[in-house]
Design a binder for this molecule. Structure first.
Ligand code: PAF
Length: 304
């Protein structure tokens, strides 16, 4: 019965936001897509919805959508899929609509947004989710579900209910009381792959063929491993090097999200990936010369 299901708003119409929105509409989860501006909303309406290729064939899925520039009904459940650097301003733009104590699930690369949001709105219940679902956006308001993965959600006492609500169709969300571990592993994977692919302008797999890049990749991991004993997250980094190399091999043909950002002149997520790692390392008095150098090189690129 759909009438008992909570209403979700999805902020961020990139690949992952569009993927969840598409399955939500197909599986009767009441959902509204929030678009950045009135102009984006008009473009969405012109497109007629999201053109989704979920199981091989494309279908146009009409979906309720609103503009962040307009007022509207209160928001109690928000799935935040914006890029990390855009998150604070995007949430600030809908803050008057966010109900007191609203649940916000952050499903994005990088760390540090939760702290920023809680400074803006200390009443929010912020959860984190990590996904390995493969999706890409061939054009605005289009999405292709390219590979099945899994999604973990945690960070608060309501994680089981939220995970159940966000499990739509084949997108299975599992509550994880140790979500910090998954977040840190994902962070280090991104620290190892994203800046190097962006600086060398190469696909993920090409890092393995470039001796200098490969040496730096191992250096990034070595430095991250020095932090492990300070994080009190158990065996969080066990097998991490192998996992990074597996991700590089399994996504060999991918152009990382950071490479795509740099090539399109968008602000990258470097402050929330390598920048976050360097900030935490500094708090623990650990030097990270290789990561810091990558951070500085990335930030020196035009538009960063
Ligand atoms: O940001 C990305 O591109 C992805 O998280 C990953 C895992 C590095 C694959 O390209």
């Amino acid at each position: 019965m759909t009438s008992h299901r909570s209403h979700w708003h999805i902020l961020g119409a990139g690949a992952i936001g569009s993927l969840w929105a598409s399955y939500a509409v197909k599986h009767d989860l009441p959902t509204t897509l929030l678009l950045r501006s009135d102009e984006r909303l008009s473009q969405f309406k012109m497109a007629g919805g999201i053109l989704a290729t979920l199981a091989g064939s494309a279908e146009l899925l009409p979906l309720a959508a609103e503009s962040c520039e307009q007022n509207g009904p209160p928001i109690a459940r928000l799935l935040l899929t914006t890029k990390a650097p855009d998150s604070l301003s995007a949430v600030a733009s809908i803050s008057p609509r966010l109900a007191s104590g609203a649940c916000v699930v952050l499903l994005q690369n990088g760390l540090g947004v939760r702290e920023e949001l809680l400074k803006l709105r200390p009443d929010l219940q912020c959860y984190h989710a990590v996904t390995t679902e493969g999706a890409f956006r061939p054009a605005p308001f289009q999405v292709v579900h390219a590979g099945r993965g899994r999604t973990l959600l945690g960070g608060g006492s309501n994680d089981k209910a939220l995970a159940r609500e966000l499990s739509v169709g084949p997108l299975v969300v599992t509550p994880d009381p140790n979500i910090e571990q998954a977040l840190w592993r994902k962070l280090i994977i991104n620290c190892a792959i994203n800046p190097l692919t962006a600086l060398y302008r190469c696909r993920n797999g090409e890092l393995l063929d470039n001796p200098q890049a490969l040496q730096q990749l191992h250096g990034v991991i070595d430095e991250a491993l020095c932090l492990a004993p300070h994080l009190q997250l158990g065996d969080v980094f066990d097998g991490l090097r192998e996992q990074v190399l597996d991700v590089v091999a399994n996504t060999a043909l991918n152009r990382s999200s950071m490479l795509q950002d740099i090539e399109s002149g968008r602000r990258s997520e470097i402050d929330y990936i390598t920048g976050y790692l360097c900030r935490v390392a500094e708090q623990h008095g650990i030097a990270m010369p290789i990561n810091r150098q990558l951070l500085e090189q990335l930030k020196a690129l035009p538009g960063q």
